[in-house]
Design a protein around this ligand. Structure first.
Ligand SMILES: Nc1nc2c(ncn2[C@@H]2O[C@H](COP(=O)(O)OP(=O)(O)O)[C@@H](O)[C@H]2O)c(=O)[nH]1
Ligand SMILES: [Mg+2]
Length: 305
């Protein structure tokens, strides 16, 4: 069995291998000069760390080490410390409040971002902790989306509330929440549609879902999570903007880090919104989900772990 860090490390390989190759090229135990700094700058930008953060890191490194000889390990340690620092504020685990029964988790995000898959993975995670979990197939637009969640329900062995495709999502969710309460669930995970006719429709639908949930419990949904595909890099920032007001987002799940070399985008995400990143995913398997730990992530990214 792979350990947690080994697994995460292999998941992040596309980003970290790029960074490692470039660093090996730029820093061959020589004095820190303009060329090396420029190469480092390019490397960070390619990993999608964002202009502001990159400029800051480069300026700091220049101030501390310019003209001095540096080893590649020193550069990695410097980078990791800076990146971990930028991430520490948002690296927060999802705290399930046991007083909320069920603790309601609403998952939103555009089509294909990984909502349904992440719900399956989270259900497995919570179930393994001994919690009683149910799912709601709130993406009622496509029969395939409902079936996909039901498949995860079977895999994890948790019940799935589902209606017919085309059914009203808000009323399905309302009924499911009431039933889940009656059943004494600890956690209720709600899937939602990622594509309606247009953005206004999508936001109106989410608004309606929030409203019916609040009729049952004004403090719910307790977690309002945006699922973001890391592969879209800086474009993720505009998706956060679109969802954050309507949902009062209090968490992010960043997915598909295994499929991208843009693993640095989490740094600009953190800097721009300061919304907690609760989990990251790197793979399609049931246990390819990881709590987001800033220092581990930074160390893996620069090749220290
Ligand atoms: N490689 C990889 N694929 C993922 C990950 N998470 C989800 N996927 C895949 O991305 C596709 C879309 O995921 P899905 O959960 O259906 O997205 P949804 O439309 O937001 O519900 C599926 O083929 C998933 O298997 C991940 O972390 N890594
Ligand atoms: Mg889905």
């Amino acid at each position: 069995m792979f350990g947690f860090l080994e697994k995460l490390k292999s998941g992040l390989n596309k980003t970290s291998a790029n960074i490692a190759n470039n660093l090996a090229h730029a820093f061959t135990d020589r004095k820190l000069d303009d060329t090396a700094l420029e190469e480092l700058e390019e490397t960070l930008l390619m990993a999608d760390t964002g202009v502001t953060t990159t400029n800051q890191i480069i300026a700091d490194l220049r101030k501390e080490k310019f003209g001095k000889s540096v080893t590649i390990t020193e550069v990695k340690q410097f980078l990791s410390a800076r990146i971990a620092d930028a991430l520490s504020e948002v690296a927060k685990p999802l705290e399930l409040d046991p007083a909320k029964k069920p603790f309601v988790i609403l998952m939103a995000g555009v089509n294909g971002s990984g909502k349904t898959t992440s719900i399956g993975k989270l259900a497995a995670l919570f179930k393994a902790k001994g919690l009683q979990v149910s799912l709601v197939a709130g993406d009622t637009f496509r029969a395939a989306a409902i079936e996909q969640l039901q498949e995860w329900g079977r895999k994890v062995a948790v019940p799935v509330f589902a209606g017919k495709s085309g059914a009203d999502a808000a009323s399905l969710i309302y009924d499911a929440f009431l039933q889940s309460k009656k059943n004494g669930d600890d956690v209720l995970l709600i899937d939602t549609a990622g594509r309606l006719q247009n953005k206004a429709d999508l936001m109106a639908e989410l608004g309606k879902i929030i409203k019916v949930i609040k009729k049952i419990d004004s403090s719910a949904p307790h977690a309002r999570l945006l699922v973001l595909d890391a592969g879209i890099g800086q474009n993720a920032l505009s998706q956060v903007d679109a969802f954050k007001n309507i949902l009062d987002l209090n968490g992010i799940i960043l997915t598909k880090l295994d499929g991208t070399a843009k693993g640095g985008m989490i740094v600009s995400l953190a800097r721009t919104f300061k919304i907690p990143v609760n989990y990251i995913t790197a793979g399609e398997g049931i246990d390819d989900i990881f709590p987001f730990i800033a220092k581990d992530y930074a160390d893996i990214l620069v090749g220290l772990k």
